[in-house]
Ligand binder design. Structure first.
Ligand code: MN
Ligand code: MN
Length: 476
């Protein structure tokens, strides 16, 4: 079919292409190499703490220095690269620009926490000669997906004397794994008539952790004693140490290629580490000494509403920017901070739902994001009548179209699903509360919040290219 063009010689019809068809041979290689780096990042980032630390380590190797270094020097200059690891669970990186900081920043904000099963404060118990951990699920998950899959245990125990024990069990070559049982089909007639939302109560998500009685004891709870002995031998901890611990059950196993053509990635935690990694690589590869200060935020607690002092609703971000302003010599940091935020532009970097042809009816197909068509711009989120959504301004969107097209980013539009079906939130509205220009912009993925989420390598790469182009663009 002949392409119809308007009088400005542009195609009349909007055309959102498959990313594969927009890359030459060289760029395809770069894209596949990027996917390998991303999988490696995922494998070192099974919890928010590990993810923040992995990102911090990479930042330090890229010339970023902790804020404390600049505080000791007593000044900051254009081109300086600042890293702030906040309580071990969220991370901020800044590349100082030539413009005064009160003229605003370019911000890419992602999150690094994922839906999972947290251990309860007193997790260990024994029942019918088996030992289990009690869990409390974190974030929105479909509970049945967590049954009968290999699970790993990760986390941090802080003993009364302040010493820290890091736990990582289930991903080593010879590590044991854990597992939540499921009822056999033969006895599931009653279960299968229940509503999905009622069939798997949260109190039944208890991983099986031991079944051998401890030697030389025939008292009760001999299986539980086995676990306590093992924990003591391995980590020097006692049961009361669970009182000051953060231990998480996550799927065991590493990121894998999917498909004969290896064009896709399957892994736990791609929401939102796919955008977190894209932001990280974006700021690493962006121009040195930019005009406007570049910033990325990798925040914790998004999956439970961004509460807590490592979540985006906390003041940690404005506190750190105020510290930068103070180092730059601003006498009134609080006014300068308000000006800085009000002049900032922000991409809220979070995944969106790719249309899944196995579950039709979820999207208006003229306004859906598709796997393989690149990074997705989502003008607004929210539910029903856009309730709770942050709705981006078209003036900002127009600038982004120009920026992405100049950098040959394959991008698309899309709503999270059809009107009245559901919806979802991100950290966009919290950054918009600072009076920044904000829009949701992230990777479309399949099976979001499942223990094994799927993404397209092309979309992961285009997300990186998008964030990098945003940080590099000459915003007036
Ligand atoms: Mn997310
Ligand atoms: Mn999520």
């Amino acid at each position: 079919m002949k392409e119809e063009k308007g009088n400005n010689n542009k195609p009349l019809k909007a055309d959102f292409k498959l990313a594969w068809q927009t890359m030459d041979v060289e760029e395809t290689k770069t894209m596949m190499a990027y996917a390998e780096d991303y999988k490696n990042f995922l494998d070192h980032s099974k919890t928010e703490r590990l993810c923040a630390q992995t990102a911090m380590d990479q930042a330090l190797s890229q010339g970023f220095l902790p804020l404390a270094h600049y505080e000791k020097k007593g000044k900051l200059k254009p081109g300086d690269k600042v890293a702030v690891l906040h309580r071990g669970k969220s991370l901020m990186l800044f590349v100082m620009g030539k413009d005064p900081l009160e003229k605003g920043m370019l911000v890419v904000g992602a999150h690094l926490d994922c839906p999972r099963l947290d251990l309860k404060p007193m997790p260990l118990y024994e029942d019918t000669d088996m030992a289990f951990f009690k869990t409390h699920y974190y974030g929105g998950l479909k509970k049945y997906q967590w049954l009968t899959i290999p699970l790993a245990l990760y986390g941090t125990v802080v003993k009364k004397d302040g010493s820290i024990v890091n736990v990582a069990l289930g991903d080593g070559e010879n590590d044991p794994v854990f597992c939540i049982t499921d009822l056999l089909p033969h006895l599931s007639q009653e279960l299968q008539t229940k509503k999905l939302s009622e069939a798997f109560p949260g109190e039944s998500l208890n991983p099986l952790v031991a079944s051998r009685p401890i030697d030389g004891e025939d008292d009760k709870e001999t299986i539980k004693a086995t676990v306590l002995q093992w924990l003591n031998d391995q980590y020097g901890m006692t049961e009361d140490d669970f009182a000051s611990a953060e231990l998480e059950i996550v799927p065991a196993g590493y990121a894998r290629d999917i498909g004969f053509d290896r064009s896709m990635i399957g892994a736990f935690g791609q929401d939102d580490r796919i955008c977190a990694y894209a932001a990280l690589r974006g700021i690493f590869d962006a121009k040195d000494t930019p005009q406007k200060t570049q910033c990325i935020i990798l925040a914790d607690k998004e999956e439970i509403g961004s509460y807590g002092n490592t979540g985006m609703q906390s003041r940690f971000f404005e506190n750190q920017v105020a510290e930068l302003l103070s180092l730059l010599g601003y006498a009134d940091t609080s006014l300068a901070l308000r000006r800085c935020f009000a002049h900032s532009l922000c991409l809220s970097a979070d995944v969106t739902a790719a249309y899944d042809p196995n579950y039709t009816g979820t999207h208006d197909l003229t306004n859906a994001s598709f796997a393989g068509k690149g990074v997705a711009l989502k003008k607004y989120g929210g539910a029903r009548g856009k309730s709770g959504g942050s709705d981006a301004n078209p003036e900002f969107l127009a600038g982004l179209r120009q920026c992405f097209d100049e950098a040959n980013v394959t991008w698309q539009l899309g709503e999270m699903g059809r009107v009245d079906l559901g919806g979802g939130g991100t950290i966009a509205w919290m950054l918009a509360n600072y009076d920044m220009e904000v829009v949701d912009c992230g990777t479309p993925i399949l099976s979001m919040h499942a223990p094994f989420e799927q993404s397209m390598k092309t979309d992961a790469y285009m997300t990186y290219k998008c964030y990098r182009s945003f940080l590099d663009y000459d915003w007036k």
